[in-house]
Write a protein that binds this ligand. Structure first.
Ligand SMILES: [Ca+2]
Ligand SMILES: [Ca+2]
Ligand SMILES: [Ca+2]
Length: 474
């Protein structure tokens, strides 16, 4: 049972939110260096930020299938190479507009093994399965992409390998590279940095695993309960007093053959009209190891007026046996698209809890945060061993929390979406927000890198596995 309580200003000292670039996620454990017969891509580039320096670099791209076979876009990776503004500079990717929809375009950053005068990092563009495929001759259409330093300091792009300020109309551009399933098919990388897949140590064998691709038909699908999930119906906190938790607002959608779980939260401005959603494991049996989920956050309602103080989450938790009991444990990803808890705008928190006192409110926790939009799909990973708790978002380190916040007892795994209060939007016009979840993965007592998580996910899917639970009862 989730028994979370509104955060106040008593969070423990800020953790280092080390938003550093890291090696890009490996998509598949493919290491072949040659393309399959008939595979071919060309990448066109233009920029709408042509200055030597800029607040944001704006590489706009189009990918065209020049081969004779249909290409699944989820197998395609594009790299845009640049020289970082300082060795510790961190960058954020965003998509302004794309013909295929920004929600199907991903951007991660990586570091080159062999830095050159004009490149030591790259932005890697990828696609979710919902992007579909490109038939021979087809292209993705316009993808208006951008990236900026996470501290919004001006960036210098005149020293960037893939930048061309004179290119204000789309044309083929060989100073970006493209791969299909790891095989290089377009462009020239900076010398000594051939765009092969980064070497990924395969995930270790063994490791009791929970994996669920959320392939269900509805919240009443008997398989959902049989697989250990509970869809919350009981009233109570957190959030708006008088709100209900509505199981019927947990639905399952198929996107290009992949099922995702949708949690809808809605309100018409009163407690009685507010419905929250939560899905959690019935078992409280998860402790050390790796937790991963692919989650789609929303910045805006799907209808009605915007502004509600929504909380969109992926977390693990157990029960507070007494105020300040130190055997309480909770590890959160919490995205607030419209702010709340004193924050004016969008913010992503990761928080590790030792314990708390509900009344008077006192929290003992450590958190990391990033004040930017996280709308769209994100890969969330948290690992727990005997010395630290480590959070990653989209393959990049997000925060490391101390041993003082390690779990003492096992926990459940939870997703929920709820409103902190009704003060962000006081209208009585109905509105609703969606949070989606593609899959969840837990590997007991193993600390996996984000790339190992991706490899494990790929292996499970390649084996046709949509659900497995090997984690023993605690
Ligand atoms: Ca630069
Ligand atoms: Ca604790
Ligand atoms: Ca799925």
């Amino acid at each position: 049972m989730s028994s979370r309580t509104t955060r106040r200003s008593t969070r423990a000292a800020l953790a280092l939110a080390a938003l550093v670039g890291s090696a890009a996620l490996a998509t598949l454990p493919v290491t072949t260096a040659s393309a399959a017969p008939g595979d071919g891509l060309a990448v066109q580039y233009r920029t709408s930020a042509s200055g030597a320096t800029a607040d944001q670099s704006e590489p706009w791209l189009k990918v065209r299938n020049t081969g004779t076979t249909t290409v699944q876009l989820s197998q395609v990776k594009i790299r845009y190479y640049f020289k970082a503004d300082s060795p510790t500079a961190a960058y954020r990717f965003a998509c302004s507009w794309a013909v295929k929809g920004c929600s199907v375009v991903t951007g991660t950053f990586g570091t080159l093994p062999n830095a050159t005068a004009t490149a030591d990092r790259y932005l890697e563009i990828g696609f979710t399965p919902a992007a579909g495929s490109l038939a021979p001759g087809a292209d993705t259409g316009d993808m208006q992409l951008r990236f900026h330093q996470s501290n919004w300091q001006t960036l210098n792009q005149s020293d960037d390998y893939s930048f061309n300020g004179a290119r204000t109309m789309y044309a083929d551009w060989a100073q970006v590279t493209a791969r299909i399933s790891g095989a290089h098919v377009w462009g020239t990388a900076p010398a000594g940095n051939e765009p092969t897949e980064p070497p990924t140590t395969p995930p270790p064998g063994g490791g009791a695993t929970l994996f669920d691709d959320f392939s269900y038909t509805s919240h009443t699908d008997p398989a959902l309960a049989a697989h250990g999930w509970s869809v919350r119906a009981n009233p109570g906190g957190p959030g708006v007093p008088g709100a209900t938790w509505d199981p019927s607002k947990v639905t399952f959608l198929t996107q290009s053959g992949n099922t995702v779980m949708n949690l809808e939260t809605s309100s018409a401005g009163t407690g009685a009209t507010t419905t929250h959603t939560e899905v959690l494991t019935k078992a409280t049996k998860f402790k050390n190891g790796t937790y991963a989920a692919r989650v789609k956050f929303s910045d805006a309602p799907k209808y009605g007026p915007d502004g509600d103080r929504v909380v969109q989450t992926f977390f693990t938790i157990n029960d507070l046996k007494a105020p300040m009991a130190d055997d309480y444990a909770e590890y959160d990803f919490e995205y607030l698209p419209n702010g709340g808890w004193g924050e004016p705008a969008n913010i992503l928190y990761t928080t590790s809890w030792e314990t708390y006192n509900p009344d008077p409110w006192q929290a003992v926790n450590q958190h990391s945060e990033s004040r930017t939009s996280f709308a769209g799909w994100h890969d969330l990973v948290v690992t727990i061993d005997n010395s630290r708790i480590t959070y990653y978002v989209d393959g990049a380190l997000f925060g490391v929390h101390d041993a003082a916040y390690l779990p003492e007892r096992p926990m459940s795994i939870n997703f929920n979406q709820w409103l902190i209060d009704l003060n962000g939007q006081t209208s009585t016009t109905p509105r609703a927000y969606d949070q989606q979840v593609d899959y969840v993965l837990h590997v007991k007592d193993q600390v996996l890198s984000p790339a190992q998580v991706t490899a494990k996910l790929a292996a499970l899917r390649a084996a046709g596995t949509t659900f497995v639970d090997e984690v023993p009862a605690s």
